[in-house]
Design a protein around this ligand. Structure first.
Ligand code: ADP
Ligand code: ZN
Length: 528
């Protein structure tokens, strides 16, 4: 014991008050911070907006040395560093957007002990010069942000993340904290294994977002349906509209603007300047709508996004959850609205069939799509289904569309048999394959040009489906595709049978279907 007391290291709570100006930690933040300050490894699962940043920023300030933050979000690093600098935190970053001079300045600051936090793009850590730079400094912790990027099973895999397992080998005494907003139990296991975090403590925050109203509606005229939603429920509100393609982003943004709703496009085909301008308008202005591909939104911290709309089906539940999670970070009521139809299923299956990569990769994409389709076709509470996907329990929310307007289900076995046997007969009697539209025309008994040209009015199944309407048949096709009882093939999305189809045709298997709403565009009653 020395006569002169060492200055006490600042406590976590003190840093939270003094530096960040917050009264208290939120949810599991305090436990996480204490664990990491104490030198433990952590795997943190927290939904978007839950407050992951503080989980590594506070320990970086409490512990000696520099906190190294690995993040794939290069475009956001400047903003993050600016925000920290404003709080008096000494932060810098190293990524490919800098010139050699800028990089040297940051490296010097790091070596001189003039940084509290250093943000790095993952590819930097594959460069030996970065590693030897880190060797020469004093590191307080490694934070691995967007840790799901290491999971090949996930939807956002980045090969550079695989190299991060060497952090532990090279710096065994430096605590690591991996953070993600999106991981099923399987993905979590994969993150732990690949990052060599098997002995890390897991912290799992709740994924429930009670202020978000989840709604998935039948797609008929999606731009009109969207306009209707915005005019009736979200006039003057800020929101994000997601589309799959750049061209539909452009068309939708034009359509909204022409109809008096301020909207700007955002996609990877726009130059960096335009993208940055649209993003900063969205953050600063009230009531602007951004129409975007999924390129938009990672790390966007705007609290009052009142709605997130999807005009096309997301590729996975994780993506859907992350995108819808950008709504209502302020805790106020918000809408997550998705328009979904037969064409979405056909298109996504086609994209998977044509995707690059091996069969295992295609199977993974298929499994992700299946989970998303199950969410769309469920007759149960959407929120319960979402939480269950992330391995968490919940009670029916009383707020989503299926809670407010419980959908009916019906015995679709006979309808399914009619449809599958039409596909079967086309294939076996005619050696022909057709898309959904034509098959439905045959079932309905429509004598149009194409039917007559191929003499499909002579098939025994011609007209056997006149008891259902066209929209209902499209619903049957969509749901059989979703259930894997039917498949699409090739560039034209022709219908073919699957292994599971046989059991339906031979009457060994019943098929439960969700009843199509009277009007596809019909909206649920509003929650009080
Ligand atoms: P995530 O990275 O999990 O999406 P952020 O770390 O960006 O979330 O935090 C989301 C928002 O919540 C930020 O505006 C942040 O300042 C705020 N926040 C986080 N923790 C707290 C806290 N303990 N008290 C008050 N605000 C907080
Ligand atoms: Zn519900």
């Amino acid at each position: 014991s020395s006569a002169v007391a060492e200055p006490a290291a600042p406590g976590a709570l003190e840093v939270l008050h003094r530096v960040f100006g917050y009264d208290s930690f939120r949810g599991p933040q305090q436990d996480i911070v204490e664990h990491v300050v104490g030198g433990g490894d952590a795997l943190v699962l927290m939904p978007t907006g839950g407050g992951k940043s503080l989980c590594y920023q506070v320990p970086s300030l409490v512990r000696d040395g520099v906190g190294i933050v690995v993040s794939p979000l290069i475009a956001l690093m400047q903003d993050q560093v600016d925000a920290l600098t404003e709080l008096g935190v000494r932060a810098g970053f190293l990524n490919s957007t800098q010139d050699a001079g800028q990089r040297r300045a940051v490296e010097a600051a790091f070596l001189n002990g003039e940084l509290d936090l250093l943000y790095l793009a993952p590819e930097r850590l594959r460069v030996e010069s970065t590693l030897s730079l880190l060797d020469k400094g004093d590191i307080s912790l490694f934070a691995i942000d967007e840790a799901h990027c290491v999971a090949q099973w996930g939807h956002d895999f980045r090969p550079d993340y695989l190299a991060l397992s060497m952090l532990h080998e090279r710096w065994p005494d430096v605590p690591r904290i991996a953070l993600t907003a999106t991981a099923t139990e399987a993905t979590r296991g994969e993150i732990a294994t690949r990052l060599d975090l098997t002995r890390a403590r897991h912290f799992v925050a709740s994924f429930d977002r009670p202020n978000i109203q989840y709604r998935i509606v039948g797609k008929s005229d999606p731009k009109r349906q969207l306009l209707n939603l915005l005019r009736t429920e979200h006039p003057g509100d800020a929101g994000i509209v997601y589309c799959l393609s750049r061209s539909s982003v452009e068309k939708t943004a034009d359509f909204l603007s022409q109809n008096g709703i301020p909207a700007v496009p955002y996609h990877a085909g726009l130059d960096a300047e335009t993208r940055a301008a649209h993003q900063s308008r969205f953050l600063r202005e009230d009531g602007l709508v951004v129409v975007a591909t999924i390129a938009f939104g990672m790390g966007i911290d705007k609290p009052d996004v009142r709605f997130v709309a999807h005009l096309d089906l997301p590729k996975s539940v994780e993506g859907y959850y992350q995108e819808t999670g950008r709504a209502g970070r302020d805790g106020l009521p918000s809408t997550a609205w998705l328009a979904y139809g037969l064409q979405d299923v056909v298109q996504q299956r086609k994209m998977i069939n044509n995707s690059e990569g091996d069969d295992a990769h295609r199977r993974r994409l298929g499994a992700h799509l299946d989970s998303m389709l199950a969410l769309c076709e469920t007759v149960e509470c959407r929120r319960v289904q979402l939480l269950a996907y992330f391995g968490q329990d919940g009670e029916p929310c009383g707020n989503c569309d299926t809670c407010l307007n419980p959908p009916e289900s019906w015995d679709g076995t006979i309808a399914a048999q009619k449809l599958l046997s039409t596909v079967y007969r086309l294939l076996h009697e005619r050696r022909q394959k057709f898309g959904a539209g034509h098959v439905v025309d045959i079932l309905l008994g429509k004598r149009n040009d194409k039917v007559q040209q191929f003499r499909h009015d002579e098939l025994t199944v011609f007209g056997v489906g006149a008891d259902l309407k066209e929209a209902e048949w499209r619903g049957v096709v969509r749901q059989l595709l979703a259930q894997g009882l039917l498949a699409v093939e090739g560039d034209y999305g022709t219908l073919v049978l699957t292994e599971a189809s046989g059991a339906v045709l031979s009457r060994e298997r019943e098929v439960r279907l969700r009843r199509e709403p009277e009007k596809a565009a019909k909206e649920p009653k509003q929650a009080k």
